[in-house]
Write a protein that binds this ligand. Sequence first.
Ligand SMILES: *Cc1c(COP(=O)(O)O)cnc(C)c1O
Length: 358
Amino acid sequence: MSCQYNFSAGPAAIPHEVLKKVQSELLDWHGTGMSVMEMSHRGKHFMPILDETESNLRLLLSIPENYKVLFLQGGAITQNFMVPMNLLNDTTASYVVSGYWSKRTFEDAQPFNGIHLSASSESIDYKVPPNYQDWKYSNKDAYIHYCMNETIHGVEYFDVPIIHDVPLVCDMSSNIFSRPINVKSFGVIYAGAQKNIGPAGLTVVIVRDDLIGAADKKTPTTFNWKIQSDNKSMINTPSTFSIYVAGLVFKWLLQKGGLKSVEEENIKKADYLYNFIDSSDFYYNDINKNNRSRMNVAFRIKSDELTSKFVKEAEEDGLYGLKGHRIVGGLRASIYNAMSLEGVIALVNFMKKFQGNN
Ligand SMILES: *Cc1c(COP(=O)(O)O)cnc(C)c1O
């Protein structure tokens, strides 16, 4: 059977209404006779699309004036070296490791000097992320890096540490726009688009303006936040079509009432699924209850050998993308903004049926 509900971790589901809108405008955007894909990025049609995408993004996250929004490429992983190139400036930085992605960020930064481990939960299989009180850093650090939601391990930080002397750099690839955040608590926020924003190929970077301009002299122009910021993210061709679709997703979020309403819906979805898992003696999730990801629900079947049967039969029922990441195995339901409560209910109904049959 074809996919009815898409639980993929990324590239992930895009709201159906948005896809319909893209389809209706695909061949002829607003009477121009052109597809957005074919438009000059500096042209009179695309520039307003970019401006509107940025202003709706700012509105959703209540971004203060003194932060720049960049529309870049290369994915979140490219920020693993862009962050040190733009911020380190021959000083030091501290990295918190709370799962696969933040560990990879820490490892990717190793070619730079002065990269320190702040805290790690690897020895406890990332079941509880390191407490803010246990983060080690120096007040001379250029920044502290952490990942707010670990997409693979299903572990999320829900409150934000208050650190006055060192800017926080946060990878929010898989939970940005899932709830309101206080942008002022961060120096830099970045996210690859393909989880909760839109199509792959776009990376959103939100950076406080006093942190722009310290890039290493060897930084290529496309990787230099200041040069990109001074050129409206157009020092080379940006991912125009992804920016356009992201803009439609932002409008869809605003129509839903903004991030407060989106958060309420996301809490309902996650609670529904975790409550069922906890009530069952067939499935389990062993992440610390206060840190269970609202976006990526990683779970297992007590009889692990049933996992591939589960994935296969779920697909036959139209529930797609439930296989856990290859490095951790098990199962994972990614329930980003585009996943409806009905989709989560359909998943739980399937889980009950599977349990009954096995
Ligand atoms: C998916 C993901 C990444 C990697 O993103 P790319 O866009 O593929 O580079 C990094 N961090 C987190 C938290 C992710 O979910």
